[in-house]
Every structure is written in structure tokens, then in C-alpha cells.
Design a protein around this ligand. Structure first.
Ligand code: NDP
Ligand code: MG
Length: 391
């Protein structure tokens, strides 16, 4: 048994809290070295009192001061800024980094962990959607170990041969089957979708998650981002990645082989399971999640995905096929429209409309460096904001 020394980027979020839950069950295996949060200072302070990290990081000096005050008397070094996030992601005394900041803001710190050759537990799928090529190159160059936290990709990882070479054909893999719950609007009459409110969109039937990913799940942009994520993680072409709707969220994804075999990973829908898998990998640890009772569940059902109902899924495949920085553009614009929808500045059905227009205008440009990608990301945000204001 190896003692693991951890940094958790985004410890106050849903994934962060679930990670700390697993860590707290195994104090003999996991030690927290650094935590980070942003707005929830009281929660971050509480986590610091409990886990006694060496470092706690927020984005700006005002919040750092508030955190310092809350932690008076405790031996925790409070730092702030993106450089500080990159620093705790690459500390020599840390071997494992959970990348669980939401959105493109999580990219630079996750990349720092990859460049430093850490075990990178990647929850922040936006890193791969925004900068997959550069992130994967950093993982290869440093010899970092990349372990997917997204439940689908964790399931695929568990259903893949080990070690996986990065070439599906070499292992006789025909297809990756990503499962999707279909979110809260799978069966809602299409003509009523125009009236969807933020409250309805964030009420996911099976998972309790942060607001941004909950809206993405409602539009199925989340599945689109996951197709792109699978492309980078497993080096699979878009035509080798299919989406199948499975409303119970028990089969978390599957891998189909040339001989017709399909391997899957099943569990109750609880993020502590993929988190524990990655934390302890290649060992296994208890999570406290109830055992899967298939007889009690009775049936598992599957259906085709409906791209008319969920145009965001189609947009994601289009962006992936268009290549270049198209997925960066899609991701950046998506963050802006989701924030606008949550603020009630645009209605639900305007989300895919604006995304389609931003992709049309800015998609397909090549990007030779990370800095160029960040410029394109900023342009896509600016155009999305302009279109949001103009409607
Ligand atoms: P949350 O919104 O619950 O948490 C986000 C975390 O990031 C919080 O700690 C938040 O701090 C911090 N944060 C927010 N904005 C910034 C910023 N600009 N700079 C630095 N830190 C920031 O999100 P989730 O935990 O749900 O999701 C995290 C990531 O994991 C996302 O990329 C998501 O797609 C992915 N994921 C999540 C799943 C889930 O079940 N929740 C499943 C699969 C993937 P604070 O709260 O203090 O403001
Ligand atoms: Mg997922």
C-alpha cells in the first residue's frame, strides 16, 4: 500500500467534496497537501480545519485575506492566483492531483500537474475539450499517469485492456459506447422545451452535480464534451465513439471489441466510485456507496440518442470533425451561454442557436500554441457575449 500525497484543485465543488469523503475514509492511504476553492471561503476553511493541508489557494487577494482570517491560528499557508494553483499542482511533495475546477479556468493548473509528471485525476473535461492536443502531449512528455474521473471515461478505462497503447485497432477495439442518462428533458414534450427554467435544467434525475455541468447534462452538451474527451483520452476517431441513452445510469459506458464482445463497468451512480478507483489505482478501496442490487433494479434500458431534441450533441460532433480550435471555440461559447441561461439572460432554446453561430464564424482555425488557443477562447467568449446581448 502506497501513501498518496494529494492536491485537490476545486475542493469546495461537488467532485472536490466527494474526493474528500473518500480520503476521509482512508487516512492511512491519503494525505492532503493542498486544497483550492473560489467563492465558498467558509467551506474551504472548514475543509482546512479538518484535513490540515499545508497550502490553501483561492484566485484573488480579497478572498485570500478572508480565508487567512478564518484560518487564524492554523498552520496553513494561504496563496492566491493562477500561478499559485499551478504551484500546488506541481509541488515535489505531491504525487497525485485531482483536477476538479470547473470550466476552462481549470486548464492551466491541470496542465501544470501533467507537465510535472503527476498522477493526474482528471475531472475537468473542459481541459481536454479546450486544449486536448497540448494536454495529451504534456502527459506523454512527462510520463504523467492520467486517470479519468468522468464516470463514463472511468468506465471505459476500466473496460480497456491494460496497458492501453493509445491505438484502439491494436487491441481489437471497434467502438466506444458512451452512455447518457438523457438528463431531465429526455421525455419532456419538445414543444415545451422553450419554457425550460434554470431550476428545471439543474435538477438532474440521477446525479447531484455543479450547476454548469448540470445545465450541460440537460442540453446534452455534456455528452458532446464527453465525446471529445473520449477522443483525446483514448485516441479514438469520432466514428469510433457512439452515444447510447441509458436512463438508469447504472452502465457507465462500454467498449466493443472486434469479436462482438462488449465490456462494461456498472455501479450505482455515485461519483465516489470513479474517484476511489482513480485514487487507489491499481488497488481498490471501499467508498461507502451501497452495493449494486440488480434484482431490485429489475431492468436496465437503452435507446438511441435524439439529436433533434439535443442539437448540442450534434454541434460537438461537428466541432470535433472540423478540427483545429473548433472544440476550444465550442467550449468557450458554451461556458458563456450557460452562465447567461443561469442568469435568465437567454432562454433555453437560444443556447444551441448561439453556439451554432459562434462555431460557424470562428470554428476551424488552426492553433499552433496554447497562447493562440487562449486568444481564440477569448474571441469565442466575446462573440458569444455579443450575441447574448443582441438577442
Ligand atoms: P462545481 O461547480 O461543484 O465546483 C467547481 C470547483 O471549482 C469549486 O471548488 C469552485 O470553487 C472552483 N472554481 C470555480 N470557478 C473557479 C475559477 N475560475 N478558478 C478556480 N476555481 C474555480 O463543479 P463540479 O464539481 O460539479 O465539476 C468540476 C469539474 O468536474 C467540471 O469540469 C465538471 O465538468 C467535471 N465533472 C463533474 C462531475 C460531477 O458529478 N459533478 C462528473 C464528471 C465531471 P467555489 O465553489 O469555492 O467557488
Ligand atoms: Mg460524465
Amino acid at each position: 500500500m502506497t501513501m498518496r500525497y494529494l492536491t485537490i484543485l476545486g475542493s469546495t465543488g461537488t467532485i472536490g467534496v466527494n474526493t474528500l469523503d473518500v480520503v476521509a475514509r482512508h487516512p492511512d492511504r491519503f494525505k492532503i497537501v493542498a486544497l483550492s476553492g473560489q467563492n465558498q471561503i467558509a467551506k474551504l476553511a472548514e475543509q482546512c480545519r479538518h484535513f490540515k493541508p499545508k497550502y490553501a489557494v483561492v484566485l484573488d487577494p480579497a478572498r485570500a485575506l478572508a480565508l487567512k482570517t478564518a484560518l487564524a491560528g492554523l498552520n496553513v499557508e494561504v496563496l492566491y492566483g493562477v500561478e499559485a494553483l499551478e504551484r500546488i499542482a506541481s509541488l515535489a511533495e505531491v504525487d497525485t492531483v485531482m483536477a476538479a475546477i470547473v470550466g476552462a479556468a481549470g486548464m492551466r493548473p491541470a496542465l501544470a500537474a501533467a507537465q510535472a509528471g503527476k498522477r493526474v485525476l482528471l475531472a475537468n473535461k473542459e481541459t481536454l475539450v479546450m486544449a486536448g492536443q497540448f494536454f495529451m502531449a504534456a502527459v506523454r512528455a512527462s510520463g504523467a499517469t492520467l486517470l479519468p474521473i468522468d464516470s463514463e471515461h472511468n468506465a471505459i478505462f476500466q473496460s480497456m485492456p491494460e496497458p492501453y497503447s493509445g491505438n484502439p485497432a491494436a487491441h481489437g477495439i471497434r467502438r466506444i459506447l458512451l452512455t447518457a442518462s438523457g438528463g431531465p428533458f429526455r421525455t419532456r414534450p419538445v414543444e415545451t422545451l422553450a419554457a425550460v427554467t434554470p431550476e428545471q435544467a439543474v435538477a438532474h434525475p440521477n446525479w447531484s452535480m455543479g450547476k454548469k455541468i448540470s445545465v450541460d447534462s440537460a442540453t446534452m452538451m455534456n455528452k458532446g464534451l464527453e465525446v471529445i474527451e473520449a477522443h483525446w483520452l483514448f485516441n479514438a476517431r469520432p466514428d469510433q465513439i457512439d452515444v447510447v441513452v441509458h436512463p438508469q445510469s447504472i452502465v457507465h459506458s462500454m467498449v466493443e471489441y472486434q469479436d462482438g464482445s462488449v465490456l462494461a463497468q456498472l455501479s450505482n451512480p455515485d461519483m465516489r466510485i470513479p474517484i476511489a478507483h482513480a485514487l487507489a489505482y491499481p488497488e481498490r478501496v471501499a467508498t461507502g456507496v451501497p452495493w449494486l442490487d440488480l434484482a431490485k433494479l429489475g431492468q436496465l434500458t437503452f435507446e438511441a440518442s435524439d439529436t433533434d431534441r439535443f442539437p448540442c450533441l450534434k454541434l460537438a460532433y461537428q466541432a470535433l470533425a472540423a478540427g483545429g480550435s473548433s472544440t476550444t471555440v465550442l467550449n468557450a461559447a458554451n461556458e458563456e451561454v450557460v452562465a447567461a441561461f443561469l442568469d435568465r439572460r437567454i432562454p433555453y432554446l437560444t443556447i444551441p442557436k448561439i453556439l451554432g453561430r459562434v462555431l460557424e464564424r470562428l470554428g476551424g482555425q488552426p492553433a499552433a500554441s496554447l497562447t493562440e488557443l487562449e486568444t481564440i477562447d477569448a474571441k469565442a467568449r466575446a462573440l458569444a457575449i455579443e450575441l447574448i446581448a443582441a438577442r
